[in-house]
Design a protein around this ligand. Structure first.
Ligand code: AHR
Length: 499
């Protein structure tokens, strides 16, 4: 058995957890909306056609904010197609995913559904094929009380009160050549600044998210952020980050260390944003909306150009293993560790498409393995994030060099309790972790919950939806200000202590 140690001290404060760190993402992609959250005729469908069983699982996940309606989809989307009487709405080809978009679900339906799952919407505007005018009209439709053309259209469509949507994405992945309306950093930065300015003039209360690089391997990574932010720094509040991870070949050690890459990526974006702040003599400090992150086996996707055009085709329906759940839980640890700068996080996506929740048409809905670390972190990881002083054995990985086998973070809850989230990246050995809690003498006992399995490739599916669930490993007892827990090999863990 390996051994490691952590020191937890309330003085090692990183920052308060913004609950929006536990956000998600619903895109009009594959079966996320249609046959996912929305399936009229399903036995569990409500009067609006939304599945109650799916909504129940979403509530169990604890999702305070949901990004909508894309993703790549938004860059050629006309939001006006999705409002008003459903039978008048046009069907269109969605150019991003080569699908038929029927527009049976639009923003009014989505808003009503989001309220049922206790989530606010993080709305993306189309800065691919469209621009300032449509963006400011959309803010007016959603957030202006009444007495204007667009706000009165909303009222006529059944929403007397404004939606008050706070967070707005200025386009999506505009640095990517695959994006409809792809732009240079300068073109995009100017457009984002002007669209954002107009949107804020309609509603001064909005928070604006500028698109950053689609991922850190983009050739323009870093330069994109510097140029776009130089144009729009004063207008925006957050910079968007996206990152997906998968296991390459049999290199599981590197995959298990994906959070190292996320840490480095966040640090690089913080440095770039702060550079622009210094050069521009700005006082405001930008924060981060990590609004797409997850495990995604992109190597299994044939590429959108090879897709036949179809309505709600099954796309990106990755089935997640125990290993994937451990990595996803570790990515949440990385986001928490940067709580001083990361304000919003969106696991991409919510249902069926690289998702914690899966559905069968006309059949059940179930939780994938990655559901569990997310639900537990969202439920218990609220309060103040504490840096943990860790001593851990390390090993060599081909992707990231030497990497600690233990990764952990702690959250001091407002009720005085403490939660430690920890991952053992060692595939073969248990790890005894000695946690020094002498600075928190009122913590006495709690529980240790793990996501681990003798088979790290085990998955949940329609026929065996509870194959992988969190297990309670036992009581955690503090003795003389110290606590020792044993983390199983290849595991995600939550140690929860109460007063
Ligand atoms: O989440 C799937 C896709 O990944 C999104 O549409 C896009 O923004 C990203 O490349």
């Amino acid at each position: 058995m390996r051994s490691a140690s952590l020191i937890v001290d309330p003085a090692f404060r990183i920052g308060a957890v913004d609950p929006r760190l536990y956000g998600s993402f619903v895109e009009h992609l594959g079966r996320c909306v249609y046959q996912g959250i929305f399936e009229p005729g399903h036995p569990s469908a409500d009067e609006n056609g939304f599945r109650r069983d799916v909504a129940e699982l979403v509530r169990g996940l604890g999702v305070p904010i949901i990004r909508y309606p894309g993703g790549n989809f938004v860059s050629a989307y006309n939001w006006e197609d999705g409002i008003g009487p459903v039978h008048d709405r046009p069907a269109r080809i969605d150019l991003a995913w080569r699908s038929i978009e029927t527009n049976r679900v639009g923003l009014d339906e989505f808003q009503r559904w989001a309220a049922t799952v206790n989530a606010e919407t993080m709305m993306a505007v189309n800065l691919g094929t469209r621009g300032i005018d449509e963006a400011r009209a959309l803010v007016e439709y959603c957030n202006h009380p009444s007495g204007t053309a667009w706000s009165d259209r909303r009222r006529a469509n059944g929403a007397a009160e404004p939606y008050g949507i706070k967070v707005w994405c200025l386009g999506n992945e505009m640095d990517g050549p695959w994006q409809i309306g792809h732009k240079t950093a300068l073109e995009y930065g100017r457009l984002a600044a002007e669209a954002g300015k107009a949107m804020r003039l309609v509603d001064p209360g909005v928070e604006l998210v500028i698109s950053g690089s689609s991922h850190s391997r983009m050739p323009t990574f870093g330069t994109w952020e510097r140029i776009a932010l130089t144009e729009a720094y004063d207008t925006v509040d957050h910079i968007s980050m996206h990152s997906y991870y998968q296991q390459h070949g049999d290199d599981r050690d590197s995959f298990l260390a994906a959070a190292v890459d996320m840490d480095r990526f966040i640090d690089a974006i913080v440095a770039t944003a702060d550079h622009v702040r210094a050069v521009g003599r700005h006082t405001k400090r930008l924060t981060i909306a990590f609004d797409e992150w997850n495990v995604w086996y992109q190597s299994r996707f044939p590429g959108e150009k090879n897709l036949p055009i179809a309505e709600a085709p099954p796309l990106l329906e990755d089935v997640y293993s125990v290993t994937d759940a451990v990595v996803a839980g570790n990515l949440l640890i990385s986001l928490l560790r940067h709580a001083d700068r990361v304000r919003i996080g969106c696991q991409a996506q919510l249902v069926n498409v690289i998702a914690p929740i899966m559905t069968a048409p006309g059949g059940p809905a179930w939780r994938q393995t990655i559901y569990h670390p997310y639900a537990l972190t969202s439920r218990y990881g609220r309060g103040t994030v504490l840096r943990v002083e860790a001593r851990s054995p390390a090993h060599e990985t081909s992707a990231y060099g030497e990497v600690a086998l233990l990764d952990a973070v702690a959250v001091l809850r407002d009720d005085g309790g403490l939660v430690v989230f920890a991952v053992n990246r060692d595939q073969g050995e248990e790890m005894a972790v000695d946690i020094d809690l002498r600075s928190l003498p009122r913590l006495v006992a709690g529980e240790h919950i793990t996501v681990a399995d003798a088979d790290p490739d085990a998955v949940n599916d329609q026929h065996n939806p509870e194959r992988v669930t969190p297990r309670r490993l036992g009581d955690a007892k503090v003795d003389g200000g110290r606590l020792t827990v044993v983390l199983p090999p290849l595991s995600w863990n939550m140690v929860r202590l109460t007063l």
